[in-house]
Design a protein. Structure first.
Length: 24
């Protein structure tokens, strides 16, 4: 019987976008 190796997945970090406030 052969054992299967599990692959580890890398998590990608998401960049937060800054919202611009409009002045009236």
């Amino acid at each position: 019987k052969k054992k299967k190796k599990k692959k580890k997945k890398k998590k990608k970090k998401k960049k937060k976008r800054k919202k611009k406030k409009k002045k009236k």
